[in-house]
Design a protein around this ligand. Structure first.
Ligand SMILES: C[S@@+](CC[C@H](N)C(=O)[O-])C[C@H]1O[C@@H](n2cnc3c(N)ncnc32)[C@H](O)[C@@H]1O
Length: 253
């Protein structure tokens, strides 16, 4: 198994991440030129969880995105469907609650988390809209969702430079340091095929979340989207809900 196709068959995606698991965090740091650490801090701030709350970190991989919550005394559940990634994570952080599960069919009860977050994972899910609905189901009314995902640089010349890096330099560098350089061809292709900031915000509200907003990081290489699950009083007001669903979501965090 080398790389997943853009059809994102779950077995291919999980096997690809099983393959890259041992060096995943190292390669990430190199390819993002250290930026991932800053992006992660911003995601944690956007989640805004407090001690005593329960957070689901979906597509958590080796748990690097889950660690700041655990370090802050927040009960974080790190869920992923690649057993290879989970094993590496559990070995490094035995204190974190790692759970095997598919984002499109989550093994959690309705309304069980104060917040859900997914970093660099939604793009890999075979049916991302179904995952957005599953995240909504397991979040408590009024709870928050935060997504970090690669996106589209907003400044056209920068977008050209970045696309060039993505399609040429990134697979070349990965071939030197990764055990599975082909998976970085998939990474580049999947980023190019992913919806831009506004389109993703529309998906989010289209699946029932409200108050979707986003913030661009590193000129739009990454976007952090945030949204809220309607509270019980919002649900009671079904008329308002229907209009919210189609509201434009161009707000900034
Ligand atoms: C690029 S890694 C991100 C890991 C981690 N969140 C981070 O920020 O480092 C993407 C992860 O998504 C997981 N993934 C992809 N599709 C999934 C699905 N349907 N259900 C659960 N995990 C999934 C992969 O197994 C992989 O570990």
């Amino acid at each position: 198994m080398n790389r997943a196709s853009l059809e994102k068959r779950p077995d291919e995606v999980a096997a690809m991440f099983d393959d890259v698991a041992p060096k995943y965090d190292l390669v990430n740091d190199v390819l993002s030129m250290g930026q991932t650490r800053r992006w992660r801090r911003i995601v944690v701030d956007a989640v805004g969880a407090e001690r005593g709350q329960k957070v689901l970190d979906l597509a958590a991989g080796t748990g690097t995105s889950s660690e700041p919550y655990a370090d802050a005394g927040i009960h974080v559940v790190a869920c992923d469907f690649s057993l290879g990634m989970l094993r590496v994570g559990k070995r490094r952080r035995p204190d974190i609650d790692f759970v095997a599960g598919d984002a499109t069919n989550l093994p959690f009860a309705d309304n069980s988390f104060d917040a859900v977050t997914i970093s660099f994972g939604l793009r890999n899910v075979s049916d991302p809209k179904l995952a957005l609905r599953e995240m909504l189901r397991v979040t408590k009314p009024g709870g928050r969702m935060v997504i970090a995902e690669f996106s589209q640089p907003t400044f056209a010349p920068w977008r050209t430079v970045y696309t060039e890096y993505l399609m040429r330099a990134l697979p070349a560098i990965a071939s030197k340091i990764s055990s599975n350089p082909d998976s970085y061809v998939y990474l580049a292709e999947s980023i190019r095929a992913w919806p831009n900031q506004d389109q993703l915000a529309e998906w989010i509200t289209g699946e029932g979340w409200q108050a979707a907003a986003y913030r661009n990081l590193s000129g739009g290489i990454v976007a952090v989207h945030r949204a809220t699950k309607p509270g019980r009083e919002d649900v009671a007001n079904t008329g308002a809900q229907a209009s919210l669903k189609h509201q434009s979501s161009r707000r900034t965090l």
